[in-house]
Ligand binder design. Structure first.
Ligand code: RNT
Ligand code: ZN
Length: 413
């Protein structure tokens, strides 16, 4: 079947061998937080900050050993190059538990993660300050808080996180992305939309002044349109962060659940690539809202992948995953989402973009439409199966996961 597919694609001027090789080299940063419903290990206990997991499927990972066991199993079923995306709330505090708070976290609190990820051959670790699920989130505010002790606490946390990101970059020899997302906003109509943003700007300035090696750490800022309980105003809006990033030489992170449902993040990628060397993504699937459903091979995901591939931006665009489903087997959720991203990238790599671009420039929109439709029924699945075979990954992950569920997860009650 692969030989047949190879010929079918060759007729379009597409080399399936090149596509397979290119796919294996594109890193995907896989989030650790699908395994435990974004609870973390540092005592937060429950999720807050306008984000939510729903469902109560058996087997949530409750500690470092369970979470790493699940990551090891799930990641073994994911093809391609993988990075681990960690949140600060996954600190392994050991004897420092109860003594050190998030403003004092150090690389040593993440040494176990670095060792674990190295052992499994990950490309690197990306990092995120955790500014939710914590007592110092006051009235829903962090970096934009009018309470100086709150604002300063979170500035210190982010500064600490930059140092931890730098540590990960040094350990792995690959740059780490450090993404800042805050829940700050208001449920109802605010009286002042400017001052909180001025405070957020000041906080970001103070964070970046920590002094760090920009070749090792890429700081990103993630905007959002609204969250649960903060529907009327979000301090870290799209315009706010895009301007901040542009003026300060940092990176924008686009989460495709964070815009109005009629906006497309696929279209925002080339807009940002016009101006930025690096663009970061949180790939998710919003169903009617920012619901963070498991990523599936849908049209918008294919469009996102096309924008990365056809603009030669596989190194510029940092692909990260961000979804959390607690209503189904969490490992299956993890693997399905990661494989969907890989499939979308492969789909995009199996298109003769030069030909399509020429048709566009020649205003031959008739042929352009016909060609694009033809790609949809080419034997994509045969190339995908061949890719999995070469990655030594079984196409069937469901039975592996079911076995893990009965052997390991079902005992977690
Ligand atoms: C929330 C943001 C944020 C989080 C993770 C856990 O709306 O998308 O990225 O989902 O950091
Ligand atoms: Zn996100």
């Amino acid at each position: 079947m692969y030989e047949h597919a190879k010929k079918a694609y060759a007729a379009y001027g597409v080399d399936t061998e090149k596509a397979i090789a290119a796919l294996g080299a594109i890193p995907i940063s896989v989030h650790c937080w699908q395994g435990d419903d974004v609870i973390g290990l540092d005592g937060g206990g429950s999720l807050s900050g306008g984000i939510q997991t729903t469902g109560n499927y058996v087997g949530r990972a409750r500690d470092f050993d369970e979470l790493t066991a699940d990551i090891e199993k799930a990641f073994s079923l994911m093809p391609g190059k993988k990075r681990l995306n960690l949140h600060a709330s996954y600190a392994v505090l050991g004897g420092d538990a109860g003594k050190v708070d998030r403003d004092g976290y150090k690389p040593e609190h993440f040494a176990k993660w670095a060792a674990f990820a190295k052992n499994l051959g990950f490309d690197g670790i990306d990092f995120n300050p955790t500014m939710f699920s914590h007592a110092m989130v006051k009235d829903g505010l962090t970096l934009s808080s009018p309470d100086e002790s709150v604002r300063k606490f979170w500035v210190a946390h982010c500064r600490a996180c930059i140092k931890i990101s730098e540590y990960f970059a040094s350990e792995f020899g690959t740059p780490a992305l450090m993404n800042i997302w805050i829940p700050d906003g208001f449920k109802d109509v605010p009286a002042d939309r400017l001052t909180p943003r001025l405070r957020l700007k000041k906080s970001l300035d103070e964070i970046l002044s920590v002094g760090y090696d920009r070749s090792k750490v890429t700081v990103a800022v993630e905007s959002k349109v609204f969250g649960i309980g903060v529907e009327s105003y979000t301090v870290g809006s799209n315009e706010f962060y895009q301007n901040y990033a542009a003026k300060n030489g940092i990176c924008c992170l686009l989460d495709n659940g964070h815009y109005h449902p009629l906006e497309y993040v696929s279209d925002k990628i080339p807009a940002l690539l016009t101006f930025y060397d690096t663009v970061a993504l949180h790939v998710t699937r919003g169903v009617r809202w920012d619901s963070d459903h498991v990523v599936l091979l849908e049209d918008e995901l294919k469009e996102i992948a096309k924008e990365i591939v056809r603009n030669g931006a596989t190194e510029k665009v940092k692909i990260g995953l961000d979804y959390f489903d607690a209503s189904i087997n969490r490992l299956s959720a993890w693997v399905t989402g990661q494989r969907s991203m890989q499939k979308a990238l492969l789909y995009a790599l199996l298109i003769n973009h030069d030909e399509l671009k020429k048709l566009q420039d020649a205003s031959d929109f008739t042929a352009l439409m016909v060609r694009q439709e033809e790609y949809k029924t080419l034997p994509f699945g045969a190339v995908w199966d061949e890719y999995l075979r070469r990655e030594k990954i079984s196409a069937d992950y469901l039975s592996e996961i079911r076995k893990y569920e009965s052997d390991v997860l079902s005992a977690r009650k």
